[in-house]
Design a protein around this ligand. Structure first.
Ligand SMILES: Cc1cc2nc3c(=O)[nH]c(=O)nc-3n(C[C@H](O)[C@H](O)[C@H](O)COP(=O)(O)OP(=O)(O)OC[C@H]3O[C@@H](n4cnc5c(N)ncnc54)[C@H](O)[C@@H]3O)c2cc1C
Length: 370
């Protein structure tokens, strides 16, 4: 058995959409980053396939929206099918137009998660960043530090090769937990979460139906961690922080957007001497988004169930009400806060009919805002 040790600015555990987006952002900075995943490959089939306007804008900012637009399906409709109690047949009950792009330069498109991950991977390769696959994180030690001395490496992660039994000790300044719904990092740190289980059970089909099929059901649950930053040097991102049903088609999008919010701040702290206090804004900005996502999910589950029973138009109403949120471009605030002497713009997003700020905000800058 061989063993090795290394020192890096950033260690990302998990190479799903959140981890890959984090690595893409980190590649913009002069800092060392490693990204590991226990799986041997990217997602092959299934999972997410709806890409929001805001996620497309983010991809554009990396210069990688074109391959997504080329492969994706535009002009998406959604249909709701229910059982006709008279005939016993499953019939189309309602049809909704997906977001058509009124709120952003991009409307929603459909493309499977694996293809999106591949576009991220190709971008990383062009930056000489390689996902270390078949490598599982299995021990975590956090040395005490004063939190502000960014020169230290207080995070020590023990990783192991899944195929070859190689041990790797990774000393990092910061750890980003992008390790999904069953997050290993979250469990190691015993991060409390608010959890809700619905009484109902739902199934997901992700198929091209050419013959009979079997449907497996799953209970609906929602989880939102109480702390996005359980330690000064550890951040929880994506499904590791929030899980919910796939009804709203939001998980991959919100996960990518979490990374987008966090990594430029870390880059500014690690490479440009920005005050670490800016890192607090990751939780204050992103946890409310996840809370809204939990509300949306709960309302959608309820609306689907009601519609099944009484033919009401609840689903449409909920979708209308959350349309801006679901496109990722809801109106929020533009504020300026003065934190510890450094001026930090907290632009969440703004977009209102006739007041389209997106063209100003579209391109991220790797430069610190000072
Ligand atoms: C059926 C279904 C349909 C969905 N539909 C949509 C949709 O339409 N739109 C949408 O936006 N979202 C959808 N989602 C949700 C979406 O798939 C997730 O939100 C998204 O994958 C979350 O990304 P992530 O990077 O946070 O986590 P994940 O994609 O789960 O990635 C976590 C990664 O961490 C790795 N990992 C875990 N532990 C370790 C460890 N100890 N060491 C090393 N690696 C580790 C895993 O191997 C994995 O690759 C759907 C999900 C499902 C299941």
């Amino acid at each position: 058995m061989s063993s090795s040790a290394s020192y890096v600015d950033l260690l990302i555990v998990g190479a799903g959409p959140a981890g890959l987006a984090a690595a893409c952002w980190a590649a913009q900075y002069q800092m060392s980053t490693r990204i590991i995943d226990q799986k041997g490959n990217r997602t092959e089939t299934g999972h997410a396939d709806g890409i929001q306007s805001r996620t497309l804008e983010i991809l554009e900012s990396f210069g990688i929206v074109d391959p997504i637009l080329r492969q994706g399906i535009h002009d998406v409709d959604m249909a709701h099918w229910v059982t006709n109690n008279g005939t016993g047949n499953i019939e189309r009950h309602k049809r909704f137009e997906a977001d058509s792009g009124q709120r952003s330069r991009y409307g929603q498109i459909m493309l499977n998660q694996g293809a999106v991950e591949q576009v991220f991977v190709d971008y990383l390769v062009s930056k000489n960043v390689y996902v270390e696959r078949h490598k599982v994180a299995e021990s975590l030690h956090l040395l005490s530090d004063d939190g502000d001395d960014t020169q230290q490496f207080p995070v020590i992660v023990g990783a192991r090769g899944v195929e070859k039994y190689e041990k790797d000790t990774i000393h990092a300044r910061y750890l980003i937990a992008c390790d999904g719904a069953h997050s290993w990092v979250r469990n190691q740190l015993d991060v409390p979460a608010d959890e809700v289980s619905e009484a109902s059970t739902w199934g997901v089909l992700d198929i091209v139906p050419i013959t009979d099929f079997r449907l497996y059901n799953h209970p609906i649950g929602r989880r939102l961690v109480r702390h996005y930053r359980p330690h000064e040097r550890v951040f929880i991102v994506g499904d590791a922080a929030h899980t919910h049903s796939p009804k709203g088609g939001q998980g991959m999008n919100i996960s990518i957007q979490d990374s987008y919010n966090l990594i430029w701040k870390l880059g500014a702290v690690i490479t440009n001497g920005a005050e670490p206090t800016i890192l607090e804004t990751y939780e204050t900005e992103r946890r409310p988004v996840a809370k809204q996502l939990m509300d949306l999910d709960s309302r959608l589950v309820q609306a689907y169930e009601e519609e099944e029973n009484d033919n009401s138009s609840g689903i449409y109403e909920v979708r209308e009400q959350y349309a801006g949120f679901m496109a990722g471009v809801d109106v929020t605030v533009l504020r300026v806060t003065d934190r510890g002497g450094s001026l930090c713009f907290r632009v969440i997003y703004a977009n209102r009919r006739g007041w389209k700020l997106w063209s100003v905000l579209q391109t991220p800058s790797a430069e610190p805002l000072t």
